[in-house]
Design a binder for this molecule. Structure first.
Ligand SMILES: [Zn+2]
Length: 87
C-alpha cells in the first residue's frame, strides 16, 4: 500500500467499526486506509502513532481488516508476511 495515495476512515469509539489500541505503541489513533489496487479497492489498518499497519492485500471491506486487527493476528504472524508491517 502506498500510504500517500490512501483515503483514511476514522474508526468510531465503541462503534461497530471500533479498533482496539495499537499492540505496539498503545496508541488509540488507529485508522482504516482505503486504496486502489489494480485488482480493485483494498483496505488496511494503520496506527498513526507508530505507523504499524496490517494490509493483507485481499481485504475488500473495512470489516475484514478490522477483524484481523482486533484479533491481533499481526502478533500471531499466521498467513500474513512480516514485510507487510512497517514499524
Ligand atoms: Zn502503534
Amino acid at each position: 500500500m502506498n500510504i500517500e495515495h490512501a483515503d483514511f476512515k476514522m474508526a468510531q469509539n465503541n462503534g461497530e467499526d471500533n479498533l482496539l489500541p495499537c499492540p505496539f505503541c498503545g496508541s488509540h489513533n488507529i485508522v482504516y486506509a482505503r486504496y486502489e489496487h489494480t485488482a480493485g479497492t483494498r483496505w488496511a489498518v494503520v496506527c498513526m502513532g507508530c505507523m504499524a499497519q496490517i494490509d493483507p492485500g485481499w481485504a475488500q471491506s473495512w470489516g475484514a481488516v478490522q477483524e484481523l486487527w482486533n484479533r491481533r493476528d499481526i502478533l500471531k504472524k499466521q498467513s500474513i508476511p512480516l514485510h507487510d508491517f512497517y514499524l
